[in-house]
Write a protein that binds this ligand. Structure first.
Ligand code: CAA
Length: 248
């Protein structure tokens, strides 16, 4: 790789809680950041805020559940900016509820957004990474993919699936200069976690040995580490970052 080149990093769900921190950190660390988003209104406000704060990044719209839309987005990024060096599969949602009451719609929504998106995005960047002999793929999973969580059969299934994907793809592309890793955050202070009813959230925080929710910047720091070119011997790994909530 050209050592003076700015590496291009695509962050899916870039305007969300974790996505924002990841985008900012990658900009600070010298990446050319492309934030993917789906909601146009939210994205416009987000972009204005980023500009006010002095962060320069590009934004591309695509529903990551839709293979054709992701394919078109990747083609636009490649022709307008250049090939994608780093893919952060970060987009995700929750639709919590006990499994015995879970609708097919809530199952599908979570599997599509959290797991099928990983296929849609990775499949569209992997061949150019193979051709260029370089790539960093970082899948944002969850502590609840490593263990169970009452009310998250859909989410836990999708997040555990992400790491199965990581392990196999890591083996398949290891000789092509591409690393594939999973990060499994615990409970982080994002809107997603703040949406958990307070009574349940308080019980969860009480289970965290560090005694607090994680910070989004703490996850972003690990993403940036794995996105760097110096981490070429780390692949197929799953980094737990959960304040000691799940140790194994
Ligand atoms: N463990 C055991 N039993 C539980 C329970 C738990 N954690 N939570 C609820 N229950 C039991 C209740 O005690 C109650 O039992 P009884 O009927 O015997 O009294 C029963 O389940 C009530 O269940 P309901 O379906 O009526 O609904 P609820 O109002 O209790 O809510 C829930 C269920 C929505 C799943 C709620 O438990 C909840 O929000 N839990 C937290 C889920 C969670 O952690 N989500 C993480 C979101 S953030 C994220 O996902 C990011 C990340 O990666 C970490």
């Amino acid at each position: 790789m050209d050592t003076n080149k700015k590496y291009v990093a695509l962050v899916t769900g870039g305007t969300g809680g974790l996505g924002t921190a990841i985008c900012k950190r990658l900009v600070k660390d010298g990446f050319h950041v492309v934030a993917n988003y789906n909601n146009q209104d939210k994205a416009e406000k987000w972009q204005a805020q980023m500009q006010n704060e002095g962060y320069k990044m590009d934004m591309y719209q695509a529903d990551v559940c839709d293979y054709g839309k992701v394919e078109a987005m990747v083609q636009h990024i490649e022709s307008e900016i250049g090939p994608i060096d780093v893919l952060v599969n970060n987009a995700g949602i929750t639709r919590d509820g006990q499994f015995r009451k879970m609708s097919m719609e809530d199952w599908d929504a979570v599997l599509q957004t959290n797991l099928y998106s990983v296929f849609n995005c990775t499949r569209n960047v992997i061949n150019q990474m193979i051709n260029r002999n370089y790539g960093r793929i970082i899948n944002i999973s969850s502590v609840n993919g490593q263990r169970g969580q009452f009310g998250q059969a859909n989410y836990s299934a999708a997040k555990a699936g992400m790491h199965g994907f990581t392990k196999t793809l890591a083996m398949e592309v290891a000789k092509k200069g591409i690393t594939v890793n999973t990060i499994s955050p615990g409970y982080i202070a994002t809107d997603m976690v703040m949406a958990v009813p307070e009574e349940h959230r308080n019980k969860i925080v009480a289970e965290i040995p560090v005694g607090r929710l994680g910070g989004t910047e703490e996850i972003a720091h690990l993403v940036s580490f794995l996105a760097s070119k110096e981490t070429s011997f780390i692949t197929g790994a799953n980094y737990a970052i959960n304040g000691g909530q799940h140790v194994y």
